[in-house]
Design a protein around this ligand. Structure first.
Ligand code: MG
Length: 291
C-alpha cells in the first residue's frame, strides 16, 4: 500500500510516538529533517521482516495464479485473507484507518484504478490488467509488495506498461545502496518512466516500513528536491519502492468510497512494489521474495 497525501495514512508523527517501543529491537534512529525519524533495523529486526516479506511474496504468487477471466476481486481477497491468516499472520490493510476502514485484505486495482481498489463483485475480463497490493504483519513486522498481472491475453501496450513498471522498480533497487541518496532512487524511477513516455503519478509514494506499515521516509517516484539531495541511505534502512506508470496522464481522483484512486483521463495504470533493506554490504536486499 502506498503512502498518499492527506490524512488517509499514518503521519510521520506516529513513528515518533512509537519510537521508544521500536527501539528495543532497533538501532538508534537517524534524524533526516525536522519531522521524520528513520528507524534503522538490526539483524534481528531484518530476520523478522524477511519472514513477513516472504509471506507477502507467497501470497502474491497464489493471487497471481488466480487472476483468470471470471474471477472476482472479492474472490482474490478471500484467497489472500485465508492464506495470510492460515500462516499465523494478519493482513495489514484490513481495517486500515481512512475515510472508512479499508474493507479488504488486498488492494485490487483494475485498469484505470491506480491504487487502493476495493475488492468486490467485479469479475476480471480478458485484456484487463490488475494491480494486487498485499501487506501482512507477522510477529509484529510488516511486509508490503505489489504486482500488476495481465488477465488472459492483453494488448502489447498494456504488456509493455507492466514490464516497464517492473523495469523501473529493478532500476531503482539497483541504486538503493548505502551512500547514495534517497533522491537517487526517485530519479531512477522518474528517468525510466519519462524516457518511455509514461505518466508518472507523483502524489503516491513508497515509504519506510517496519513495526509500522508507514514509517519515514517517503520514497517519491519523481525527484522532489533535486538529484543528490534527500537523506543518505544507510545500512538498516527498510522501505518500499513502488513505481506507478500510466498510459496517459498523471492526474487522478479518489472515488466516492474514499479509497479507490483512478486516472482522470481513464488511462490504464500499472503499479509494482518491493520492500527492501539496505544491507551492511551496501546493496539492497529484497525482503518481499519467496524463500
Ligand atoms: Mg507500500
Amino acid at each position: 500500500m502506498l503512502r498518499g497525501r492527506g490524512t488517509l495514512f499514518a503521519p510521520a508523527r506516529a513513528v515518533c510516538n512509537t519510537r521508544e517501543r521500536i527501539l528495543a529491537r532497533t538501532i538508534a534512529p537517524q534524524r533526516t529533517d525536522d519531522t521524520d525519524v528513520v528507524v534503522l533495523k538490526d539483524h534481528e529486526a531484518l530476520e523478522g521482516m524477511r519472514r513477513a516479506g516472504g509471506l507477502v511474496a507467497e501470497t502474491l504468487a497464489v493471487l497471481h495464479a488466480a487472476c483468470l477471466p471470471g474471477t472476482t476481486t472479492a474472490a482474490l481477497d478471500r484467497l489472500a485473507h485465508d492464506f495470510i491468516v492460515g500462516r499465523g499472520a494478519t493482513p495489514s490493510f484490513l481495517g486500515y484507518p481512512g475515510p472508512t476502514p479499508f474493507p479488504g485484505s488486498v488492494c485490487t486495482s483494475v485498469n484505470e484504478t491506480i491504487v487502493h481498489g476495493f475488492p468486490g463483485s467485479r469479475a476480471l475480463q480478458p485484456g484487463d490488467i490488475i494491480s494486487l497490493d498485499v501487506g501482512a504483519i507477522l510477529d509484529g513486522w510488516h511486509g508490503d509488495a505489489a504486482i500488476t498481472v495481465p488477465v488472459g491475453p492483453v494488448s502489447p501496450k498494456r504488456a509493455r506498461l507492466i514490464a516497464d513498471t517492473e523495469g523501473a522498480l529493478i532500476a531503482a533497487i539497483a541504486v538503493a545502496r548505502a551512500g547514495n541518496r534517497l533522491a537517487d532512487v526517485s530519479a531512477a524511477i522518474e528517468r525510466y518512466g519519462r524516457r518511455r513516455g509514461y505518466g508518472i503519478v507523483r502524489e503516491y509514494t513508497g515509504h519506510g516500513i517496519g513495526r509500522e506499515m508507514h514509517e519515514a521516509p517517503s520514497v517519491p517516484n519523481v525527484v522532489t528536491r533535486g538529484a543528490g539531495s534527500g537523506p543518505i541511505l544507510r545500512p538498516g534502512m527498510t522501505f518500499t519502492i513502488e513505481p506507478i506508470f500510466t498510459l496517459g496522464g498523471a492526474d487522478w481522483v479518489v472515488l466516492s468510497d474514499g479509497w479507490a484512486t483512478v486516472t482522470t483521463d481513464g488511462s490504464v495504470a500499472a503499479h509494482c512494489e518491493h520492500t527492501i533493506a539496505i544491507t551492511p554490504r551496501g546493496a539492497a536486499e529484497i525482503l518481499t521474495q519467496v524463500r
